[in-house]
Design a protein around this ligand. Sequence first.
Ligand code: SF4
Length: 217
Amino acid sequence: MPEVQPKTTAATGAASAASPTLPPASEGVVTQATLVRKAAPKSDYKPADVSPQRRVQRSYSVRLWSVRHSRFLEWFYARFADMFLMLHPLWKSIGYGRVEAPVKFVEKRVKGFMFDCRMCGQCILSSTGMSCPMNCPKQLRNGPCGGVRANGNCEVEPNMPCVWVKAWEGSRNMVHGDKILDIQKPVDQSLRETSAWLRVTAQAAAEREAAKAGASK
Ligand code: SF4
């Protein structure tokens, strides 16, 4: 096998004649990324000094905060649901149909910010560690598929943490975290873009009234 002689550069030639050194591996290599960057039109806008991957991951930061604080949110949601139920006579007198638009407007924005909610209308956050399962690209409602990566990220969106890995983590912080083991029904697509808050409230009010009627018989 022929002996491989180490290369020397003009800058280091004299010194390396006495003591030859290998050039850096990247020397003289022009990557595709460099070519693309050089060919890009010049403008005053320079993105913040973070990698594209970091920028993508930052878009999940609020959602991940909600999972980390699932216990507090579980407590808060229970109080919030009680307050909504207390207001049932008001919703009923105005008409659930009339209050739907403003309530949905608020619900969509608040839950969109906190959980990246997709307004499926059948909220199961309290059973999924405050991680919205509708963010799963396969929209699985009963646990992860078999494609979770070794780092816990999604196989379809490699930069996104698997919503079911996060759901399990969030559920471990919650008082009623074992609700994650309940089998969920398939999504009823006819309820998309409707208010889960109002639906849960109206159902709870109906159950309460039925219980009262049963007790008075
Ligand atoms: S489960 Fe449905 S309603 Fe609840 S946060 Fe996810 S998309 Fe929104």
